[in-house]
Design a protein around this ligand. Structure first.
Ligand SMILES: Cc1cc2nc3c(=O)[nH]c(=O)nc-3n(C[C@H](O)[C@H](O)[C@H](O)COP(=O)(O)O)c2cc1C
Length: 362
């Protein structure tokens, strides 16, 4: 292929490079993959209404997120095991995101240590957590994140157990030997990498280790354990946004986990306006799921997002060309967003609101 020009070009190039089991693990959704498709289809229904005769000579994409200045309202979503895509893993992603002036949310299933990632990162880092049954594991990670300079925690609430991802079940997928969850001890990770036919090791592991009783009081407890802001990821309704904010959350991430949890769940971009209204400016509202172009970012901001996160695209960039590949993907999104702001007559993020959008039925 010629030089990749779009995020979609990186996807095609990554598909050629990654082993089939890893490709399926990254690309797949749960069940019939309805939500996976919906995340993309929903964007096309929000058509853009550009304005002209506006001075767009100095477009400004910059923003501040929980005190951290960013060059664009874009970041990398928490995605497990970046070493599946490139041997440098999250260290390469951290350099790429920081150099691009964007955010990296590190997964609790990162394949490099929190400290290695922090030492390499020129930009802001947040740490994502799951609610492990062993609470001391959660608190141990919080303390390490604080010490290493992470600026926020992201508690993922949409995963009381891992969804039924049939591609992984059919392959009996397990993370390949040599790639580990570098921040979790052997007790938490016991049997996590044991491949068994007709079973996803990840599903079995989540049933053993994730605590499905997570409730609002637990969120309040976690917020009380740390001075770091805690965002709640996986919010798809105004009611859950309200609950999260009322129990100490500093903000929310509108997400259906990239279509990997409840199949049939609403596309995240379709849940965004309701959630943003419920949060009502009390904290940042991020969104992820199917964001692949600058005009997708523009639409998300118009629907109330403070910033967007991309999951799979970061791994595609890493798979194609390590750190420069991940950087290129993030730079493409920012450059496309700038084009879209100029061409729609919205030179600043504060100019981007719902007046930019009309809904195409269907
Ligand atoms: C391979 C893969 C691993 C993921 N791992 C995690 C994780 O460890 N924690 C988490 O909160 N979300 C995880 N997610 C979900 C992402 O944070 C994000 O919600 C999703 O990828 C966004 O959709 P997109 O990939 O279409 O951009 C993962 C997604 C993928 C594709």
């Amino acid at each position: 292929m010629d030089v990749p020009l779009t995020v979609a070009d990186y996807e095609l190039a990554a598909a050629e490079r990654l082993p089939p089991g890893v490709w399926d693990y990254i690309r797949g959704g749960s069940g019939e993959e309805q939500t996976l498709s919906a995340n993309r289809d929903a964007f096309a229904r929000h058509v853009l209404r550009p304005r002209f005769l506006v001075d767009v000579s100095e477009p400004d994409l910059s923003t501040v997120l929980l005190g951290a200045p960013l060059r664009a309202p874009i970041g990398v979503a928490p995605v497990a095991y970046h070493q599946l895509a490139h041997p440098e893993g999250e260290v390469a992603t951290a350099r790429a995101a920081g150099e691009a002036g964007q955010l990296l949310v590190v997964s609790v299933f990162a394949s490099r240590t929190l400290e290695e990632i922090a030492a390499a990162a020129p930009g802001p880092l947040w740490l994502q957590l799951y609610w492990f049954r062993r609470r001391e594991v959660v608190i141990g990670l919080v303390r390490r994140a604080e010490a290493a300079g992470y600026r926020a925690l992201v508690l993922t609430v949409d995963t009381p157990r891992v969804g039924r991802r049939l591609r992984d079940v059919r392959r009996g997928f397990a993370v390949p030997p040599g790639i580990v969850a570098a921040n979790l001890d052997a007790a938490v990770m016991a049997r996590a990498h044991e491949a068994v036919d007709g079973e996803s090791a990840l599903v079995r592991h989540s049933r053993e280790q994730f605590d499905p009783s997570l409730g609002p009081a637990d969120l309040a407890w976690l917020c009380a354990q740390t001075d770091l802001p805690v965002l709640v990821k996986g919010v798809l309704t105004g009611a859950d946004a309200e609950l999260a904010m009322a129990h100490g959350a500093a903000g929310v991430v509108v997400s259906n986990h990239g279509g990997r949890q409840l199949d049939g769940a609403v596309a995240s971009v379709d849940a965004l306006a309701e959630v943003a209204a419920a949060v009502g400016g009390r904290g940042p509202v991020l969104v992820d799921g199917g964001i692949r172009t600058g005009t997708d970012v523009l639409r998300a901001v118009a629907l109330g997002a403070s910033a967007v996160l991309v999951g799979r695209p970061a791994l595609w960039g890493l798979a194609v060309d390590g750190e420069p590949g991940a950087r290129a993907v993030l730079d493409i999104l920012a450059a496309e967003l700038e084009d879209a702001m100029v061409l729609s007559g919205r030179p600043r993020l504060s100019d981007v609101d719902s007046s930019l959008l009309a809904t195409r039925p269907g």
